[in-house]
Design a protein around this ligand. Structure first.
Ligand code: SF4
Length: 244
């Protein structure tokens, strides 16, 4: 198991947004979705040459160099889509748990199968990005109907695994009060959700499309205003009060 090599796009040793505390964040290569607003299109291709190929143990060895900094935080796997490399993710998280580290999985929930379930055996927190509740809207946003993410959420509820729910608000795509209300109403019964993070659409990844020779699907769409995201955060402030 330990000989599996993870294809790693990049590493961040002092991450502060992908889970509680200071975290060692690993971006895995490959994603099955094509979100219109994705700011990491360079992580899409699972076969693209990467800077690092580590076994789970080699990655943990790297992480342990920072143990003093991350001991009250932990490790996060993100991407791309970390569930594209489930055997690697499971073994890495297993080793991290053995080393006493908190594990967080940042996923779109696009892949839901036996291997996903096996990764959850060693996962403390899931950062789950729901693209849209409505299947047609979801297909428009990311190319998939989003049903697997909802199956994953059900499983997290069954297992009592903590969730930070994420939702990107994009003008013209998901910035719609009725749709946001419906999403929040749908999520309310899930007691494992600790908070919803409303993320404003931004254009910081556009240059990567140019570098990759890809057309940017949201050309001309302005970033969501600070005022609008404040309004949304305020509107749903009391739904899942922060308890980290
Ligand atoms: S799931 Fe994440 S990495 Fe994949 S296309 Fe969407 S935003 Fe990009």
């Amino acid at each position: 198991m330990n000989l599996i090599k993870g294809k790693i796009h990049s590493l961040e040793s002092f991450g502060t947004v992908d889970g509680p505390g200071i975290r060692f964040v690993t971006f895995l290569q490959g994603c099955p979705l094509r979100c219109q607003y994705c700011h990491n299109p360079d992580t899409w291709d699972a076969h693209r040459a990467v800077k690092y190929e580590y076994t789970p143990q080699e990655l943990l060895d790297e992480v342990l160099k920072y143990k003093n900094f991350i001991k009250s935080g932990g490790v996060t796997l993100t991407g791309g889509e970390p569930l594209m490399q489930p055997d690697f993710a499971r073994e890495y998280f297993r080793l991290c748990k053995e080393a006493g580290l908190h594990t967080a999985l940042d996923t779109s929930g696009a892949i839901y199968n036996e291997k996903t379930l096996a990764v959850l055996d060693y996962t403390d927190l899931v950062l789950l990005d729901i693209k849209a509740l409505d299947a047609d809207r979801c297909r428009k946003v990311c190319g998939s109907d989003g049903r697997n993410a909802l199956l994953l959420l059900d499983e997290l509820q069954r297992r009592g695994i903590a969730v930070w729910l994420r939702h990107v608000v994009v003008p013209g795509l998901t910035d719609d009060d009725a749709a946001l209300d419906a999403l929040v109403d749908f999520l309310r019964p899930y007691t494992v959700i600790q908070k919803i993070e409303w993320l404003p659409y931004h254009t910081m990844g556009v240059f990567k499309y140019e570098e990759l020779g890809l057309d940017y699907p949201l050309k001309g769409v302005e970033p969501l205003s600070a005022e609008r995201i404040r309004e949304i955060r305020e509107r749903y402030r009391d739904v899942f009060p922060v308890k980290k």
